[in-house]
Design a protein around this ligand. Structure first.
Ligand code: VAH
Length: 317
């Protein structure tokens, strides 16, 4: 059985639903510290779980006959800068608890997301390579980069089959984002539909690597289903789909909502965004396990607006 830790988060909800579709509802145990997300209710087993409680986690892994673990619980970049100690402790100890139990219980496979947030101001801005200068300046980025080395260590030393992807900013409509710097790209759609205006916390020309959630879920399942011998990177794979700025996504939205306006009020998150690359080179993922994205900015924008209009009951009858 598969255990998803952090199943009520932005990625966790969609990953749980996708895994249940592939492996069967009752073969995917969803867990979170928070209560069960509405979209998960009635789709399969849910347990309350704190990844920081290693003993309880160990008990659940045994009691639920867990053979694979997906660890999504983390504090993201923006929230992490407000709570550095909590971010380091949860992101680091949570991963170490999972890796150690995976070693002890011979768990078949572990998934753990890293992020383009591992890159820092000294990393190449354009087509940032898989291996390069990596000097993160956020606690989130530091914890994710350190976590990558722990994944590699547990694979090399104990043979734990742990796999990882450096997600770009993820955009989705099914569940709210969790305190990241790229959350503007989700908020903008909600405000465009509800207020017809968005006050953006980043400058208009802030290019960032982004991906639509369906592509992120596809990449995760593809990585986890690839034969072990194809996985050459045991820290974390770069993956990419598109890069855009607030100005560009606003223009894409205006094609659907012509009177939508945007205003720019950069805050502390601008410094974080400026430290990240503008675009990512994902050649390794493409070569090793045939990664390829489906959604570009226009396709994503059309899909987001259509689904959010439905969800908000705004579709013209
Ligand atoms: C964040 N959404 O903004 C996350 C992601 C690349 C950004 O890691 O912190």
């Amino acid at each position: 059985k598969i255990l998803v830790i952090g199943a009520s988060g932005q990625i966790g909800v969609e990953l749980t639903l996708a895994l249940r579709k592939v492996y069967g509802n009752n073969n995917v145990v969803a867990s979170d510290l928070r209560e069960e997300n509405e979209l998960l209710k009635g789709t399969g087993p849910y347990v309350s779980l704190d990844v920081m409680n290693k003993e309880m986690l160990h008990v659940q892994v045994i009691r639920q006959n867990i053979t694979q673990i997906y660890l999504l619980a983390a504090i993201l970049s923006a929230t992490g800068e407000k709570n550095p100690n909590l971010a380091w402790n949860l992101n680091m100890q949570g991963l170490l608890n999972v890796l150690d139990i995976a070693r002890e219980e011979q768990i078949q496979k572990v998934y753990w997301p890293s992020s383009i947030a591992v890159f820092g101001p000294t990393s190449p801005k354009i087509n940032c390579p898989q291996q390069t200068i990596i000097e993160p300046i956020t606690v989130y980025g530091i914890s994710k980069y350190a976590g990558e080395f722990w994944c590699n260590y547990y694979h090399q030393r104990y043979g734990v089959d742990v796999r990882s992807l450096r997600y770009p900013g993820l955009i989705s409509y099914k569940s709210a984002p969790g305190g990241g710097t790229t959350d503007y790209a989700v908020e903008i759609f909600h405000d465009a539909l509800e207020e017809k205006n968005y006050n953006c916390f980043l400058r208009e020309d802030t290019y960032l690597p982004m991906m639509y959630m369906p592509d992120a879920i596809k990449a995760t399942l593809q990585l986890m289903e690839a034969p072990q011998e194809q996985i050459k990177v045991r820290t974390s794979y770069n993956i990419a789909a598109m890069s855009f700025s607030p100005k560009e996504i606003a223009a894409a939205i205006q094609k659907h909502i012509p009177d939508f306006t945007i205003h720019y009020k950069p805050d502390y998150r601008q410094t974080i965004a400026d430290s990240w690359p503008q675009s990512i080179d994902d050649t390794s993922a493409r070569n090793d396990w045939n990664w390829k994205p489906d959604f570009d900015l226009d396709l994503m924008t059309a899909d987001m607006i259509q689904n959010l209009q439905q969800a908000k009951g705004l579709l013209k009858k």
